[in-house]
Design a protein around this ligand. Sequence first.
Ligand code: 6PG
Length: 491
Amino acid sequence: MSAPTGDIGLIGLAVMGQNLILNAADHGFTVVAYNRTVAKVDEFLEGEAKGKSIIGAKSIEELCKNLKRPRRIILLVKAGKPVDAFIEQLLPHLEKGDIIIDGGNSHFPDSNRRFEELNKQGILFVGSGVSGGEEGARNGPSLMPGGHPDAWPHIKEIFQSIAAKSDGEPCCDWVGDAGAGHYVKMVHNGIEYGDMQLICEAYDLMKRVGKFTNKEMGDVFAKWNKGVLDSFLIEITRDILYFNDPTDNTPLLEKILDTAGQKGTGKWTAINALDLGMPVTLIGEAVFSRCLSAIKDERTTASKKLTGPEPVAITDKQQFVDDLEQALYASKIISYAQGFMLIREAAKEYGWKLNNPAIALMWRGGCIIRSVFLGEITSAFRENPDLENLLFHPFFNKAITEAQSGWRSTIGKAVASGIPVPAFTTALSFYDGYRSEVLPANLLQAQRDYFGAHTFQVLPGKENDFLKKGEWIHVNWTGRGGNVSASTYDA
Ligand code: 6PG
């Protein structure tokens, strides 16, 4: 039998899978394609794959036989059970040192588990974030691989050639051990939720307070896309606002039911932030906003029962739009600062060595959150990879300082008009909380101690015989309770 010629195998011929195969073939790699419904393989080979360096496989065995060693196999199947099922099917046909890459939106604890299980069998597992949708997969996605480090030298060339490029640099690098790649993709998706929510709030304010037409809003987004907000999501919003229903030539957007769907990756980010005790408030609000939108029937009832103010009058439309741009920009800076705070904490918690400049560069191009702004983040982290917080970097510090008045004024108008802006307001509250040396948690600690003897610590310099330095103190606030303090535990 002649030596196998396949450089990489791919399982799952839905549109993302097909496009990734075509992309790899365009870059000179021979790809072996397999799909559970085998007819799809034939269809693909006779269609778009025709004449390209793509080999069809009719079975998992055939797929594996056609691959050079170590075998490199990408799974692009539905996250969850299907990934485990395919791994099971692959194992009898693999040898030690072969590499399984899960390119789906898997939850990182699953990737941690798969990494461990496969490691015991000598198989190198990689969990890779793949972002950019169909178009990204075809022309250059953002790729975020993590897992067994021994796999990286064998997949680096393929991954970096098919990935998007930003100023000639691939938007793909090794993220870290075990589930780190899928973790970073999860945070990417959380940030994606945040960016989308911020844009939706800007749209709502322009529509309901500014009374802009869709064409006017499209023009605003077109202008924003040439400035600091230049990004894929601003660009597609411009196009969506300009898009008319061909049947009556009116904006199609206004005919779409206002209930948001979600597949759960934003929720995972918010849950993880809660688990790690990190105030990633903007992503949390973005997830809850989708939840609130989804209870449409209840909102319809409430809209008839609950009152609020009329929108304030906008006299200077240009100023309104300029302030809005600042609000969007400042809130976005907060969201990314929060995202990187979460990543920093995760690295500590899970023992990963995460590379911030590389993560920012991976998100700079190819993915859904790609933007000019991520180029600034990449530079900031390259200058100082251990930067404690994005907000401390001179560029972002200056940007958020300058954006403040427009940000506050926008939120003021929204609140006065009764228009919900949960992402804008949570970003500002975070900013004001983060820059407060003193917060009212002293009262909270006193309340906990009052009703539950949960104890508190004393401010430096305020110690005395009653309030002892460095001790956890319980006070008998009422004269009735005892002096016994409660033991602590973490739920
Ligand atoms: C990407 C996207 C993608 C995600 C969709 C839908 O990076 O290409 O993040 O992976 O699945 O955006 O997500 P929701 O259905 O949760 O909005």
